[in-house]
Design a protein around this ligand. Structure first.
Ligand code: FAD
Length: 382
């Protein structure tokens, strides 16, 4: 049976996120965007309400939510501010490798503190010379007795300067490329760990992005996730989980663009009537609405597929890729509906275009998503 009706619990989570987004995030979105301010007080409130660490199982104090519930929450948050949402959900991305690859002891020791107190964590995969081709990473992990010593630099790390813990991917055998990568839990307090300067970004300016350097950073073998060389698989399985929320984030941006464009079209008059009465504007809104619905349904479907036990590689790539491309087109059309005002920073729609752009790039660019989609598709015909 296919059922699109949300349960009472799902509806109340959606309502909780919507209220928080409207009352706590939206009023500060423009100011944080303009100043590039990281509003930690808002992130703390999100944590207090249980809107962070959504994927952490309840036995460790987390919300233990499925991806459909996460998608409902993320869409609502992103509708108010995608940049803040990126920082709020970065803990899910950083903690997922521990959920997937950690031992019961590692989970107890690392996940529980994140649910008992407000902390941020960062996922450290990308490097200055390797993003899409993560298997070409230069960060090394050398085994010395009961420790690993990490050397290298990660870049574009969300919440990098604010995190108390990093999940870090490093190579123990560069010749083996993907098969030589291992994953590590690295506390920020480890000597030799240094977050770098914050990047000045086009969008998501309420989020923080920086390099993180590892210079002789020594962690015990007990901090390795899974077996040696399992790191690449842990990273890819993590992204299978976290791409669906990016589809939801893009859907939230698209919904916000339609909210603004539809309302504006009813109050802006040209040639003696609201622009909403010109068929050209109606057709724009109709196309935007179609793409929004498709983005949301693809995201829900990917979430449902994974929540029902499938790997969901194909579905999550389709959702992330389609929803982020749709968000770009919808935000672009929203600016067009606003005319010259849409181009001005005083109005909210140009931010949506800048924010939508990132969803096409991070957690695997949309070119990489298309490679994944084609590979999964062709597998069925080989
Ligand atoms: C604001 C922001 C936050 C981020 N947060 C994090 C984070 O928290 N943790 C983290 O690890 N990373 C993070 N990233 C990194 C992000 O995931 C990468 O930027 C992304 O995966 C692309 O890698 P790249 O920038 O090195 O581009 P490249 O890999 O150099 O790609 C450049 C271009 O070439 C295309 N391309 C590459 N290979 C192929 C191919 N085989 N076929 C066709 N086209 C190809 C790409 O799609 C892209 O268009 C973040 C990035 C940004 C901008």
């Amino acid at each position: 049976m296919v059922d699109f009706a949300l349960t009472d619990e799902q509806l109340s989570l959606q309502e909780l996120a919507r209220k928080f987004a409207r009352s706590e995030m939206a009023p500060h979105a423009a100011e944080c965007d303009k100043a590039g301010r990281f509003p930690e007080e808002i992130y703390r409130k999100a944590w207090e309400l249980g809107l962070m660490n959504l994927n952490v199982p309840t036995e460790f104090g987390g919300s233990g939510l499925g991806l459909l519930e996460q998608a409902l929450i993320v869409e609502e948050l992103s509708r108010a501010c995608a940049g803040m949402t990126t920082s709020i959900i970065a803990n899910c991305l950083a903690l997922e490798p521990i959920i997937l690859g950690g031992s019961p002891e590692q989970k107890q020791a690392t996940l529980t503190p994140f649910c008992a107190e407000y902390h941020l964590a960062s996922f450290c995969l990308t490097e200055p010379s390797s993003g899409s081709d993560a298997s070409a990473m230069k960060t090394r992990a050398r085994k010395e007795g009961d420790d690993y010593v990490l050397d290298g630099e990660k870049c574009f790390i969300t919440n990098g300067p604010h995190a108390s813990l990093y999940t870090v991917f490093a190579s123990t055998d560069p010749v083996a490329r993907a098969k030589g990568i291992s994953a590590f839990i690295v506390p920020r307090s480890t000597p030799g760990v240094t977050p770098g300067r914050e990047e000045e970004k086009m969008g998501h300016r309420a989020s923080s992005t920086s390099t993180v350097r590892f210079e002789g950073a020594r962690v015990p073998v007990a901090n390795r996730l899974g077996t040696e060389r399992e790191g690449f698989s842990i990273a890819m399985r993590t992204l299978d989980q976290t791409r669906t929320p990016i589809g939801a984030l893009a859907t939230g941006i698209a919904q916000a663009a339609i909210d603004h464009a539809a309302a504006y079209s009813l109050q802006r008059h040209t040639f003696g009537k609201p622009i909403a009465e010109h068929q050209a504007i109606q057709f724009k809104l109709a196309n935007m609405a179609q793409e929004l619905h498709a983005a949301r349904l693809l995201t829900w479907h990917a979430a449902w597929t994974i929540d029902h036990g499938s790997k969901g590689t194909l579905e999550s790539s389709i959702a992330k890729c389609f929803a982020s491309d749709a968000a770009m087109r919808i935000a672009d059309e929203a600016i067009q509906v606003f005319g010259g005002y849409g181009y001005m920073k005083e109005y909210p729609v140009e931010k949506l275009l800048r924010d939508a752009k990132l969803a096409q790039i991070y957690e695997g660019s949309n070119e990489i998503q298309r490679i994944v989609i084609a590979r999964e598709l062709l597998r069925a015909y080989a």
